[in-house]
Design a protein around this ligand. Structure first.
Ligand code: KE4
Length: 430
């Protein structure tokens, strides 16, 4: 595949944008080579500046659940465009969006729109701290909740890829208020709570992890956290920025039947435009300004174009619940085909899949937390990524990420992915 235009752009970009990218994981640091620069996308495909076509298994890191350029979402934005771009004032669409979210995620009694998942999570822990008058938060190693200071401790996603256990620029003062435990480890959670009695404001987690690669909650883990938080009056926050509206209409909390006190949302909720949201019990949310004394604000929060895209996405999901079986079927066929290829060639691998999220780990250990995720052969993953890319399959450029399936992936695409997998593995094995 010729990628000269991408290479030229990357050379230019690196001179004026840190690392040549506006988000670290895009730089392909974990897999080697230069990133491809995308020019357009449609359905299951993205197209780079050299007009190469790739079958998409990232889907903008989750938002494009229905594939790229879905006509209903495009039309909604086009219609909104006729009324200008932004007002910085309340609008009808924001009320409709809040109504849709509360209808689809019943644990949310009140919700605030923001512009990214990071804004959602950083605001949610501030609300929890204001509500409980406690300072500490507890997160899990390998979970990523965006780039707010409090979360950049043992974080996943790009942080894991960068090999930076704690980001520079995060002060000791901030770090001391973030406790971490291994994912799926209730005993350590109990130990930390005993050692920090009545000091922990909230426990925040990805109810299904995408950011250490896909890792499911162990049997009883979510239920155990719910019981602990109820007993200790700790706010339980499900970070559903990735899983919200993806794993079920009501997200992971619907799939596993566990009710958090607060939920953070992003990605799919914006249909591809910048939207985040956080919400939960009214008694917590009513502490937010202008009602209460927890301050949070945003110039473009509830932006009309982003609300139009997000509303079109949520209505399409809400009106077509059968898409979840479709997504599950597509993802199952892909992972079964990949597994068959790995088995045929005697590859050490584990596939973790929940619904339309999956990760292929190159390890022979069950991946249940960050420590086991890190046993994966990262060099092998890098070769696999490049081999799949040149065969026109676009994977997440890091072992510590999840793939995201869209309904736009066809039977033919599934065959192409499975064929590319086998050929890539054969090429690497030589
Ligand atoms: P944003 O601020 O990137 O919109 O959302 C932060 C965030 C919060 N919570 C979860 C569970 C997330 O997965 C994310 C962001 N996800 C990454 C992908 N692993 C975004 C990709 C990137 O950083 O470029």
């Amino acid at each position: 595949m010729l990628t000269t235009k991408s290479q030229d752009l990357f050379q230019k970009a690196q001179k004026i944008i840190p690392g040549g990218v506006n988000s670290p994981v895009r730089a392909f640091k974990a897999v080697g080579g230069n990133p491809i620069f995308i020019k357009s996308a449609k359905g299951a495909y993205i197209y780079d500046e050299d007009d190469n076509a790739y079958i998409e298994l990232i889907n903008s890191w989750g938002p494009m659940l229905l594939g790229h350029a879905h006509p209903k979402i495009e039309n909604a934005v086009r219609n909104a465009l006729e009324h200008s771009f932004s007002y910085g004032a309340p609008t009808r669409r924001e009320v409709e969006m809040a109504e849709m979210i509360i209808k689809m995620v019943p644990s949310i009694e009140k919700v605030r729109m923001v512009n990214s998942g990071t804004e959602a999570t950083m605001s949610a822990i501030r609300a929890a701290r204001g509500f409980t008058n406690r300072s500490k938060i507890l997160k899990f190693e390998g979970c990523y909740h965006g780039h707010a200071d409090s979360f950049l401790i043992a974080a996943g996603s790009g942080m894991a890829t960068m090999g930076i256990p704690d980001s520079l620029g995060v002060t000791k003062g901030v770090a001391q208020d973030t406790l971490t435990a291994p994912y799926n480890d209730l005993a350590t959670v109990e130990m930390l709570i005993s050692a920090n009695k009545e000091e922990i404001a909230c426990i925040i987690l990805e109810p299904v992890v995408g950011n250490m690669g896909c890792v499911a909650p162990a049997q009883g883990f979510l239920k155990g956290l719910r019981e602990i938080c109820t007993r200790e009056k700790i706010v339980l926050i499900f970070d559903e920025v990735m899983t919200g509206f993806r794993l079920a209409r009501g997200g992971a909390q619907e799939l596993y039947g566990i009710t958090p006190d607060m939920t953070t949302l992003g990605k799919i909720i914006g249909g591809g435009l910048p939207v985040g949201a956080y919400g939960g019990k009214a008694e917590i949310m009513d502490n937010l300004a202008p009602v209460g004394k927890v301050y949070q604000a945003g110039t473009l929060s509830g932006n009309p174009l982003a609300m139009a895209a997000g509303l079109a996405m949520l209505h399409e999901i809400n009106d077509n619940p059968q898409i979840y079986k479709q997504l599950d079927d597509i993802c199952l066929q892909i992972t079964e085909g990949i597994a068959e290829g790995c088995d045929d060639l005697g590859i050490n691998y584990k596939i973790n899949r929940v619904g339309s999220m999956f990760t292929l780990f190159f390890t022979d250990m069950e991946v249940t937390n960050f420590e086991t995720a890190k046993t994966s052969d990262l060099a092998f993953f890098g070769k696999y990524f490049q081999a799949m890319l040149k065969r026109g399959v676009y994977l997440a450029p890091s072992q510590f990420e999840s793939m995201f399936i869209s309904t736009a992936i066809s039977e033919e695409n599934i065959k192409q992915i499975i064929k590319a997998n086998k050929e890539s593995l054969e090429e690497i094995l030589g």
